[in-house]
Design a protein around this ligand. Structure first.
Ligand code: HSE
Length: 309
């Protein structure tokens, strides 16, 4: 039986971009300056209560089983046989349903919070798995690329059974452009567009770009990092859910981006380059050509992951 060592805790976890082009369900990078905060309280009742505030908070489910933070707390309550529950307040800052790891950010913050409150000794693999339980509740698949980056910060690579390698991220400017389109159950939808099998030629191309990206991170080469943002496996299938996708991407490259692809499950696009403001403007203009409003976020990688604040 676990002992409660802390009755209330406040945790922040950064937003993230998953896939990064070639690394579907493997690569993730934590983002600076944007993330969710979760305040957790122990309550005597054996249940998980959730409230939320902030951007789009009224659109997220508040039932524990279908909320990424709630699912993490519920899983711990059940699997550890706790005789108490949790109250969770989520302060949403990461845009919801846009591909910036919104559910992963809340799940990662909750995993750290619960671990600290109960003094759980978790291996890194168990810790990542715990946060991925939250992701699974929302998307139907407990992929860990967003939560690994949100938990650990930096550039992360998810392997078999939640084994994660983390590297310090490259020093690059990242621009994310969020189109004003909304899909219900977006990650489920984005995953449902993907084929069961992929072509050998396309797989070889992705392995090449993914290898180059890891090398770029390891040697700290921002240009090689940006030029490795290429995806032949996923992007062609998801492009159809993003208005004017190919022109927005082209606009980014013409404005000087080293690379541009879909942020996570979309519908946002991200690009890496030295003049991110101009790149963002060009991308927003291309969305505008399709009568789609968009929001531009300028950011950079965060070395830090989830932390108690
Ligand atoms: N790797 C995931 C996907 C990220 O692309 O479906 C979205 O959460």
């Amino acid at each position: 039986m676990c002992q409660v060592t802390v009755k209330q805790i406040r945790v922040y976890a950064p937003a993230s971009i998953a896939n990064l082009g070639p690394g579907f369900d493997v690569f993730g990078i934590a983002l600076d300056g944007i993330g969710d905060t979760v305040i957790l309280d122990v309550i005597p009742e054996r249940r998980v209560e959730i409230t939320a505030s902030g951007d789009g908070a009224n659109t997220i489910p508040l039932e524990a089983e279908s909320n990424s933070a709630g699912a993490v707390a519920f899983y711990v309550m059940e699997s550890r046989g706790l005789d108490h529950g949790f109250r969770i307040h989520i302060k949403k800052r990461v845009p919801i349903g846009k591909g910036m790891g919104s559910s992963g950010s809340s799940a990662a913050a909750t995993a750290l919070g619960v671990r600290e409150m109960l003094g759980l000794e978790l291996s890194q693999r168990e810790y990542v798995h715990l946060a991925a339980v939250g992701e699974g509740a929302v998307s139907g698949s407990p992929h860990a690329d967003n939560v690994a980056a949100s938990l650990l910060g930096g550039f992360t690579m998810v392997g078999h059974e939640y084994e994660v390698i983390r590297l310090d991220p490259p020093e690059v400017e990242i621009v994310v452009v969020l189109p004003d389109v909304y899909y219900e159950n977006k990650t489920r939808l984005a995953r449902s567009l993907l084929p069961e099998k992929v072509g050998l030629k396309e797989a070889v191309l992705n392995v090449g770009y993914a290898s180059r990206m890891v090398a770029a991170v390891a040697i700290g080469d921002p240009v090689l990092f940006g030029r490795s943002i290429n995806d032949h496996l996923i992007e062609p299938y998801r492009a159809e859910m993003i208005p004017n996708f190919w022109n927005v991407k082209q606009a980014a490259l013409e404005a000087g981006a080293y690379g541009c692809s879909i942020a996570g499950g979309g519908p946002s696009l991200f690009a890496v380059g030295e003049n991110s403001e101009e790149i963002g403007e060009a991308m927003a203009e291309a969305f505008g050509d399709a009568d789609v409003d968009s929001r531009v976020i300028l950011t950079r990688p965060s070395k830090l992951g989830a932390r108690v604040i």
